[in-house]
Each structure stands twice: as structure tokens, then as C-alpha cells.
Design a protein around this ligand. Structure first.
Ligand code: PMP
Length: 422
């Protein structure tokens, strides 16, 4: 199990007070905090090694290039990739998903083909593929969820046809917390030779990821959701798939040679990392991956299971007042709990929690279609990570109780419709 007390000492921001209260940070699905080790690695890079990569024979550039390449190796190890050069650094999950859609999709999807998405998709996976469908005259089909918030696998089987080229889905939903059965989806896709694009934004930071074992074709995830810096993300792709992609972002570093009328693309992964990359970000992300590997991803997952089960137990007494979305089974659920308090707007609840120092996300969490499917205008989302404690959950549930007891007063507060788009 995790030594949460020790872990918390690595996160300077957790000492912060908000509105005079101790910060309780339950917005980890949006972004996580950074341990000293990551902050120090970034400072060290700028202090000792700063130079551009792959562009010079001078010592600093060599050192920076080595660190940058080593970061690819560390991430490859973190997700058990076959090789470091299957790891493409990009900005974030959104960028990774756009790279696949435009580099693989535009080349391989044809008129009349089908792209299968799910109603629980985040906009960042849904919209690039919808654009590909528009551009290529392909058809988009959506897989529904069942009453527990799990993917309707039977519905998926029915939707897949010989024209299906791509199946896209989140490994873990950022709203329902559902952990999807990746291998089952892969088996369905393989029957018709469709590729499988997995959005790992919420899964990779919170559970072991083994891309060799999963059998998927592509996986995207964000550094900032796994203790790393913002502005760095990863696209992992199976070698043969990466090789059949046409780089859509092109420019410096993507080529071996250019004449006025021809281009020879660079080796993997460089052909997909156009321009000067986020070198410090990659080094910070590698440090974050090392930190997580040291803790053990199985332990991270177990810790969150404990937190979620404890939350469910503690809010049981409030069950007539609070509606929680998604399955209660932690076998299929990660550390994300979206809910509403009856009779109160989600933003009102979020604002009230903030006054008690509790940071949660309110709105539609970049998953409007899912909220519409659930008949909701929004939800409050608490999401956990390695530094969260059972005591924080006690405080959270007590605060929810207070909010419920103040419901009639709070109802009269004007609701600020902020951030509904995100
Ligand atoms: N997919 C999922 C499931 C997410 O939760 C998020 C972030 N909320 C994203 C994709 C997009 O991540 P980013 O904003 O880092 O690109």
C-alpha cells in the first residue's frame, strides 16, 4: 500500500491554504500536482543542460538530446512498449488523438467507411474523428452505455461491420470513472481488421498499462495528469501503424532530407515530433513516470479503489440527497466520482465546496454528449490521486452534508454558468 503521508511531503502545493482552509485537492482528473522530484528535474535541465535537441554537435546539445531520448525510453518502460521509438512526444492527449486522426485517419479512412466512437468519449477523442469523417465522407457510429455506465459491448458488436476502420474509446471515462474492457474491444475490432485507438488520459496515470498485452494500435495520454508538467503528452503507436501514417504536422526534425520537390521522412519517432519539442517537459514527465514506477502502479490503483469504496460507504447516509453516476463496482471503476446534489446546481455545489477548501470540477467535463445522454446539465466531479486520504474524504462528506442542510439558502444564490464547455 502507499505511504500517503510520505508521498504528501513531496508535493509542496499541498501545504497551501484556500479561503483559510487546508487545501483538499479532488480535481486530479483535470490535472495533478507535481512532486518536488519533477519540479527539480525541470529546474536542473534549464540550469545545467539547456540546449536544443538533435541540432548541434556541441556538448550541451548532445547532453540535452541524450536526456530527451532517455525520456522516450523511460516512458516506453512505463507502458511496456516494445521499443522507445514507438513513443512520440506531443502536447497532450488531445494532440495525440489529433495526430492519429489526421496522420492515420486521413490516409486510411475512405468514403463509406465507418468510425466507431462511444457516447462516453471526451471531446478531444470524439471531435478529431468526426472531422476525419466529414473530410472523407465516412460514417460515425456511436456505442451507447448501459444502465451501470459500462460500454454496451453487445451494441458495439452489432455496430461493427466490414466497413469499420477505427474504434475509438477512453480506457477510463473522465465522468463515469468506468474502466472499459480494452481486450474485449480489441477482439471485436480484430474480427473486421479495424484499428483500436485508446484514450489513456485517465487510465495511464492511475493503473498499470501494458500496451503489448492490451493489443491496441494507438494510445494517447497527458503528462500533466500523471504528476508531470503541462504541455507534454504521449502518443504510443504500434510500429507498423506508425509506419503507415503520413505525418500531418511537418517541419523541422520530421525529415531526413528535403529537396525543392521531395521529402524523405525521418525515422520513428522524430517524423511525428515536428519542431523544437518540449524538452524540459519530456524530462519532467520521465521523472514523473519514474516516481510512479517507484510507488508501483498496482499500488496506485489499489489506493484509489480504497478511496472510492470509502467514499461510497461514507455517502451512503446521504443517498437520498446525492445522485452518483456510474457503476458502484470498483472492479470497473477508477478514482472518479461524478454526482449531483438534488435540487442544487452543480456550479453552486462546486463553489460551496471551494469555500471549504475542497477543489472539485463542475460542468460537463468536456463530455457534453455523455451528459446529454444522462439527461444532465452538468455534474460535480471529485477525482482522486496518490496524495488523497481517507480523512479528506471524511471532511468532504461532512461538507456535503452541510451543503445539503443549507440547500434552501444556496438555491437562492445566482448560478454562474462558468466553464460549461470544459
Ligand atoms: N480524454 C480524457 C478521458 C480526459 O479526461 C482528458 C482531460 N480531461 C482528455 C482526453 C484531454 O486531455 P488534455 O486536455 O490533456 O489533452
Amino acid at each position: 500500500m502507499l505511504n500517503v503521508e510520505e508521498i504528501r511531503k513531496d508535493f509542496p502545493i499541498l501545504d497551501k491554504r484556500v479561503h483559510g482552509k487546508k487545501l483538499v485537492y479532488f480535481d486530479n482528473a483535470a490535472t495533478t500536482h507535481k512532486p518536488r522530484q519533477v519540479i527539480d528535474a525541470i529546474v536542473e535541465f534549464y540550469t545545467k543542460y539547456n540546449a536544443n535537441v538533435h541540432r548541434g554537435f556541441h556538448a550541451l546539445s548532445q547532453e540535452a538530446s541524450e536526456l530527451y531520448e532517455e525520456a522516450h525510453e523511460i516512458i516506453a518502460k512505463f507502458i511496456n512498449a516494445f521499443s522507445w521509438d514507438e513513443v512520440v512526444f506531443c502536447y497532450n492527449t488531445t494532440d495525440a488523438m489529433n495526430i492519429v486522426a489526421y496522420s492515420w485517419g486521413l490516409k486510411n479512412v475512405e468514403e463509406g467507411d465507418e468510425i466507431i466512437l462511444t457516447v462516453m468519449d471526451h471531446h478531444s477523442t470524439m471531435l478529431p474523428w468526426r472531422r476525419v469523417a466529414e473530410l472523407k465522407g465516412a460514417k460515425v457510429k456511436y456505442v451507447d452505455i448501459d444502465s451501470e455506465g459500462l460500454i454496451d459491448y453487445a451494441g458495439l458488436e452489432e455496430k461493427v461491420t466490414e466497413r469499420t476502420k477505427v474504434i475509438v474509446f477512453p480506457v477510463m471515462s473522465n465522468v463515469l470513472g468506468t474502466i472499459n474492457d480494452v481486450k474485449r474491444i480489441v477482439r471485436i475490432a480484430r474480427k473486421v481488421d479495424a484499428i483500436v485507438v485508446a484514450d489513456g488520459a485517465q487510465s495511464v496515470p492511475h493503473m498499470p498499462t501494458n500496451v503489448r498485452d492490451l493489443g491496441i494500435d494507438f494510445l494517447g495520454f497527458s503528462g500533466h495528469k500523471m504528476l508531470g508538467p503541462t504541455g507534454i503528452g504521449v502518443l504510443w503507436g504500434r510500429r507498423d501503424r506508425l509506419e503507415e501514417m503520413m505525418p500531418f504536422k511537418v517541419g523541422g526534425d520530421t525529415i531526413k532530407d528535403v529537396t525543392l520537390d521531395s521529402v524523405v521522412w525521418h525515422d520513428l519517432p522524430w517524423r511525428f515530433e515536428a519542431g523544437t519539442p518540449n524538452i524540459a517537459g519530456a524530462i519532467g514527465l520521465a521523472e514523473a513516470a519514474k516516481y510512479l514506477m517507484k510507488i508501483g502502479m498496482e499500488n496506485v490503483r489499489q489506493h484509489e479503489v480504497e478511496l472510492v469504496e470509502y467514499t461510497f460507504k461514507r455517502i451512503e447516509s446521504l443517498r437520498t440527497e446525492i445522485q452518483v453516476y456510474g457503476t458502484r463496482s470498483t472492479r470497473y471503476r477508477g478514482g472518479v466520482i461524478a454526482f449531483n446534489i438534488k435540487g442544487l446546481n452543480h456550479h453552486t455545489v462546486g463553489k460551496a465546496l471551494d469555500l471549504f477548501g475542497i477543489a472539485v470540477r463542475t460542468g460537463m467535463h468536456c463530455a457534453h454528449p455523455l451528459h446529454y445522454r444522462l439527461g444532465l446539465k452538468g455534474s460535480v466531479r471529485a477525482s482522486y490521486y496518490i496524495y488523497n486520504t481517507l480523512e479528506e474524504i471524511d471532511y468532504f462528506v461532512e461538507t456535503l452534508s452541510k451543503i445539503i442542510s443549507l440547500r434552501e439558502v444556496l438555491k437562492k444564490q445566482p448560478v454562474e454558468e462558468v466553464c460549461t464547455g470544459t
